[in-house]
Design a protein around this ligand. Sequence first.
Ligand code: SF4
Length: 81
Amino acid sequence: MADPRRRHPQNVPGPWFVDDRCISCDTCTDISPEIFGRDEARKAFVHTQLHQDGTLFRAALESCPVEAVGDEADPSSLTTA
Ligand code: SF4
């Protein structure tokens, strides 16, 4: 589960985010380049919030191998630790 306290600094403001545990696997950016971008170190971040097709965001969240993608509107995607 993603940790909103560890948001990548390039996430734009809003509920969707990537935290700093991204391992640069490119899955989310391949699923939805409309929502996810890569920084100079190829770490992912959210560049567009609440894209009209939320299923793409959901697919990326569920596909991230390290659970670094989170949705602050969905507590089940967030760490409670
Ligand atoms: S799917 Fe997860 S680990 Fe892979 S690039 Fe996206 S945030 Fe990083």
